[in-house]
Design a protein around this ligand. Structure first.
Ligand code: GYE
Length: 379
């Protein structure tokens, strides 16, 4: 470890004191040993003080190594860590924007608060990052801060959920999922399932465990259900936010089961809510499954990211999962690479996604003339 400036100052001060004091050789030896100890301890520093660009949310983030200044600095304001999907999404971004790949990623976790994201963006502007990436917790309320980024000349890429704005010049592009299409696919699967099993559509009593209210994923998935229910004559007994978490999903589902004993479908707007819903169903002495005629309660879900979700689908506890792909890191990195080569991206970039189920009777769903394969999860 190179000597730190502080050591040199300590050393020079100590040595000058020795030169003006009348002292014997034994005392000099003791002083030199003490100085060497101080120098050694100072030079070693405190454990964990090294900083990686991903740790900048805990450090001041200022780069000390000259080579860092050649890195492309990307400020990423992430929603939080509320779900398995979010954690996968974060890891995908960290992997894509590593120092080895030429980036200094400044990752800020907003803990699902828009105010924290706005603060993060302003910090990125102050630090004059090269690019800002924003995964907005909800759609409304971004014009002012995106205007500040635009005035600072910093390109903004929106990822995952959308921002609602009249001025599309406030961001370079958006990349993510078509959430309403996800809802339509899962509801088409439910429609086809009822047809094949001879379940009367008006016998469905559904509750919707919604995502974070006002987020694009919640808006789209809820609309997919509401429109399908109106078209097919399904009964939606209630809807409330499970905030994309397992705990809230369990709490809200338990409340609905107490209020509506006739529930036979729980439409969860992500897998973590579905895990909570299954817990609530089983705590109520019922079974999560697709045999509605036998009193089972069908659980539908979105994401399909974790092994737990796939296992629940394999066991039939989750009857159908609308895929929502979290691996946006390489996609965003490619957009930035293209921008640096003068290639402008499309304004809206949608990722392709499928449907997962263990039920072998439905191998594809058709939505608005387009066919989407159902990946059958083997036993
Ligand atoms: O479905 C959920 C996460 O915005 C698509 O947010 C994302 C959603 C995802 O918490 O698990």
């Amino acid at each position: 470890m190179p000597w730190q400036p502080a050591c040199r100052i300590v050393w020079h001060i100590s040595m000058s004191k020795i030169s003006v004091m009348k002292i014997n050789s034994k005392q000099i030896t003791n002083i030199l040993i003490a100085i060497l100890c101080i120098v050694f301890l100072t030079a070693c520093g405190t454990p964990g003080s090294s900083e990686t660009s991903q740790d900048s949310s805990s450090a001041d983030g200022a780069t000390s190594d000259a080579s860092d200044q050649d890195l492309i600095v990307v400020g990423f304001s992430q929603v939080g860590a509320e779900s398995d999907w979010r954690k996968e999404n974060t890891q995908s971004m960290i992997k894509a924007f590593s120092a080895e790949r030429g980036y200094d990623l400044i990752l800020e976790d907003a803990q699902q608060k828009q105010s924290n994201q706005i603060t993060a963006i302003r910090t990125f502007i102050q630090r004059d990052v090269d690019y800002i990436v924003l995964a907005p917790v909800t759609e409304e309320g971004w014009d002012t801060v995106l205007g500040e980024a635009k005035d600072a000349g910093i390109p903004v890429i929106i990822v995952d959920r959308k921002v609602a704005t009249e001025d599309e010049d406030l961001f370079t592009c958006w990349i993510g999922s078509d959430f309403e299409l996800e809802g339509k696919k899962v509801c088409t699967w439910l429609t086809d399932f009822c047809t094949k099993k001879g379940i009367a559509p008006d016998s469905l009593n559904i509750v919707d465990i919604q995502g974070t209210i006002g987020s694009s994923a919640q808006i789209g998935r809820t609309k997919g259900l509401v429109d399908a229910a109106a078209k097919n004559g399904w009964n939606i007994a209630g809807m409330a936010s499970g905030e994309y978490t397992q705990a809230k999903g369990r709490e809200v589902t338990a409340g609905f089961l107490g209020r509506f004993p006739e529930i036979n479908v729980v439409y969860c707007e992500n897998d973590n809510e579905a895990f909570g819903a299954i817990e609530a169903i089983e705590a109520a002495g019922k079974k999560a499954g697709s045999d509605i005629a036998k009193g089972e309660i069908m659980v539908l879900s979105f994401d399909g990211v974790s092994q737990e979700a796939i296992e629940d689908a394999r066991e039939g506890k989750i009857s159908c999962i609308g895929e929502c792909n979290p691996l946006h890191g390489p996609r965003v990195e490619k957009i930035i690479k293209n921008l640096r080569q003068g290639v402008q991206p499309d304004k809206y970039i949608y990722v392709e996604e499928e449907v997962f189920s263990a039920d072998q009777s439905i191998t594809a769903v058709e939505v608005e003339g387009n066919g989407y394969p159902v990946t059958i999860i083997g036993q």
